[in-house]
Ligand binder design. Structure first.
Ligand code: ATP
Ligand code: MG
Length: 488
C-alpha cells in the first residue's frame, strides 16, 4: 500500500468529477466526503468500481453541523450534480432509502446522507436516523472501510480516520471500529464480510475480532441465504480461497452454513491404516483449480467433488478404507445443497453435478489401460465440459509422493493426447447419432416401445466401442443385423 499526505490525497482526487462535487457542495453549503471501499482501494492501489459519497448538513451559527435533513441534502446535491453533468448522466433517486445514484459512463456514484443506526436483536434491518460523519463512520463494518476524505474545497483531500484504519491497512489487519461483539451482533452479515475481505486482500483478522466471530456465529442464522452465498462466492473467487474457508471453519461459521463440507474433516485410523483428511484435500484441490483460472462453477465442482465421501466410507479388512461410489452419492448431494444455499438450480448446477459424477474417470482411465473406447466414452459423457473435467482431475492429484505424482501426470498426458486424437477422428463431443429413434421406428415399423430403446442403445454402445463408425449406412446395417438376431 501507499501512504499519502493530505496534499497528495488532494492531488490524487484532483479529477474533474471530484472538483465538481466539491464546488457543488460548497454552493449548497453542504459537507461531503468520499468514504468506504473507494478510500480503502485508493491506498491499496486497487481499482474501485463505485464511489460512495456521504453528505451531511450545513454549519449552524455556533459552528455545529445541522444533520437534520441529511437524507434530503444528499438528494439535493445529486440533483444539482446531474444538472451540471448534463444529459449523459442518469440520476436515480431512492427516496425511501435517502440515496441517489449518478451514472456517468462507467462511473457510478452513490450519494447518501450521513446516518446513525440502531439495531434490534432479531433483524439486521436497523433503525436509521440522520447523524454526523462520525456517526456514519461508527456504523461501518471495518476500520479499513471506515475512512473518509473530505471533498469540500476548504478541506479537499483531508483524511478523516477516527479508527486508525490507515494503520490497519498498513499492517494488513481486519478489525471492527467498535467492540466486535456489537458490530457483528448488530449485523451478522459482517462476519462473512470479515472473512471475505481478509481472503480477498490477504489480510489477517485481528484476534479480538476473530474471537467475536466465534462467539457470534449463531447470529448468522438471521441473515438471508442470498446474502451469505454472495459473500461465500466472493471468498471462493479469491486467489487462494482455502484461506477463507479455513477461517470460516476455525470460527465455526462453516459448520453452520455448509455442514456437508466440514463433515469431510478428520482421519480415522484402524489397524494402523488411516485415510487422507478429505477436508484439507478438498481445499488443496480448490486452490489448484483457482490457480488454473477456474471460474466460479468449476470451483464449486472442486469444493463438492468428494462431498459424498463421508457417506460412502467403509472399512474393508483386506483393502483398508474405501469410498466406493462417492462420486454418485456426491452428485446426488449437489441439488439439495444448491437449493438450500440459494445457488442457481439451472444448467450451472447440472454442470457441477456432471463434474462431481465424472471426476474420477480420467484418473481411472490413466491408472488402467488407456483404450480408445474408454476415452471415447469419457468424451461422449463430458461433452463440452471435457476440458474443465480434465482441469479438475489434474487438480485432484495432491499426493505428496513424488513418484506417484510423476506416474500419474505421465498417464494423464496420455489420456489428453488420446482425447485430442479421438476427438479429431470421431467428433464425439456433442455427438448426434447417425440414426435416431424415429428412423428406427420407421425402419422396422415399430411403435414407440422398449424394442426401439434396445436397438438404439445397442447402436450407441457399438459406436462408442468403436465397433462401427457413426455413419448412416453402417448404422442401418448394424441395426438390421441386430433386429434379426433379436427376432430369432
Ligand atoms: P467491494 O465493493 O469490493 O465489495 P466495499 O468496501 O466497497 O467493497 P460495499 O459492499 O460496496 O463494500 O460497501 C461500501 C461500504 O459500505 C463499505 O466499505 C463499508 O464502509 C460500508 N458497508 C457495506 N456493508 C456494510 C455492512 N453490512 N455493515 C457496515 N458497513 C457496511
Ligand atoms: Mg463497493
Amino acid at each position: 500500500m501507499k501512504l499519502y499526505s493530505d496534499a497528495e490525497l488532494a492531488h490524487l482526487l484532483d479529477h474533474p468529477l471530484f472538483r465538481l462535487v466539491a464546488q457543488t457542495a460548497d454552493e449548497l453549503e453542504l459537507e461531503c466526503y468520499v468514504v468506504g471501499g473507494f478510500v480503502r482501494d485508493l491506498f491499496l492501489e486497487r481499482p474501485s468500481k463505485d464511489i460512495d459519497i456521504v453528505v451531511t448538513g450545513r454549519h449552524t451559527i455556533g459552528g455545529n453541523i445541522d444533520t437534520k435533513g441529511n437524507t434530503r441534502n444528499s438528494i439535493l446535491l445529486a440533483q444539482a450534480l446531474k444538472k451540471k453533468l448534463g444529459r449523459h448522466t442518469t440520476l436515480s433517486v431512492f427516496k425511501n432509502f435517502g440515496t441517489a445514484q449518478l451514472k456517468a459512463g462507467n462511473t457510478e456514484i452513490e450519494l447518501v446522507g450521513a446516518r446513525k443506526e440502531s439495531y434490534s436483536h432479531d433483524s439486521r434491518k436497523p433503525i436509521v436516523e440522520d447523524g454526523t460523519i462520525d456517526d456514519d463512520q461508527r456504523r461501518r463494518d471495518f476500520t479499513i472501510n471506515a475512512m473518509a476524505i473530505c471533498l469540500n474545497s476548504a478541506r479537499f483531500g483531508t483524511l478523516v480516520d477516527p479508527f486508525d484504519g490507515i494503520y490497519d491497512l498498513e499492517d494488513k489487519i481486519i478489525r471492527t471500529p467498535l467492540d466486535p461483539d456489537i458490530t457483528f451482533s448488530d449485523d451478522p452479515l459482517r462476519m462473512m464480510r470479515c472473512v471475505r475481505f481478509a481472503t480477498q486482500l490477504s489480510f489477517q483478522i485481528d484476534d479480538k475480532t476473530f474471537d467475536a466471530l466465534s462467539r457470534n456465529r449463531e447470529r448468522i442464522k438471521i441473515v438471508s441465504g442470498e446474502r451469505i452465498i454472495d459473500e461465500l462466492n466472493k471468498i471462493i473467487m479469491a486467489d487462494t480461497p482455502s484461506r477463507g474457508i479455513i477461517d470460516l471453519h476455525r470460527c465455526g461459521l462453516l459448520g453452520i452454513i455448509f455442514p456437508e463440507l466440514t463433515a469431510l474433516e478428520g482421519v480415522e485410523v484402524r489397524n494402523g491404516r488411516g485415510h487422507k483428511d478429505n477436508f484439507y484435500h478438498t481445499l488443496e484441490v480448490l486452490d489448484n483449480v483457482a490457480r488454473a483460472g477456474g471460474d466460479l462453477w468449476l470451483r464449486w465442482a472442486a469444493l463438492m467433488h468428494d462431498i459424498g465421501k463421508p457417506r460412502s466410507k467403509r472399512w474393508d479388512p483386506a483393502g483398508g478404507w474405501t469410498f466406493h461410489n462417492h462420486n454418485f452419492l456426491g452428485e446426488k448431494m449437489v441439488a439439495p445443497i444448491f437449493r438450500r444455499m440459494k445457488l442457481p438450480m439451472d444448467e450451472r448446477m447440472k454442470y457441477v453435478e456432471k463434474l462431481v459424477s465424472l471426476h474420477m474417470r480420467p484418473i481411472a482411465i490413466a491408472d488402467d489401460e488407456v483404450t480408445d473406447s474408454a476415452v471415447r466414452r469419457l468424451l461422449f459423457e463430458a461433452g463440452d465440459d471435457i476440458d474443465d473435467l480434465m482441469t479438475l482431475c489434474n487438480a485432484d492429484v495432491t499426493s505428496k509422493n513424488e513418484e506417484r505424482r510423476r506416474q500419474f501426470h505421465q498417464n494423464f498426458e496420455l489420456v489428453k493426447e488420446k482425447l485430442v486424437a479421438i476427438e479429431e477422428k470421431d467428433r464425439i463431443r456433442n455427438m448426434k447419432f447417425a440414426v435416431d429413434g424415429d428412423e428406427i421406428m420407421q425402419m422396422f415399423g415399430l411403435p414407440p416401445s422398449r424394442e426401439v430403446g434396445v436397438l438404439k442403445n445397442a447402436m450407441k454402445e457399438a459406436i462408442l466401442d468403436g465397433i462401427i463408425p457413426n455413419e448412416h449406412d453402417a448404422c442401418v446395417e448394424f441395426l438390421k443385423k441386430m433386429a434379426a438376431s433379436l427376432n430369432n
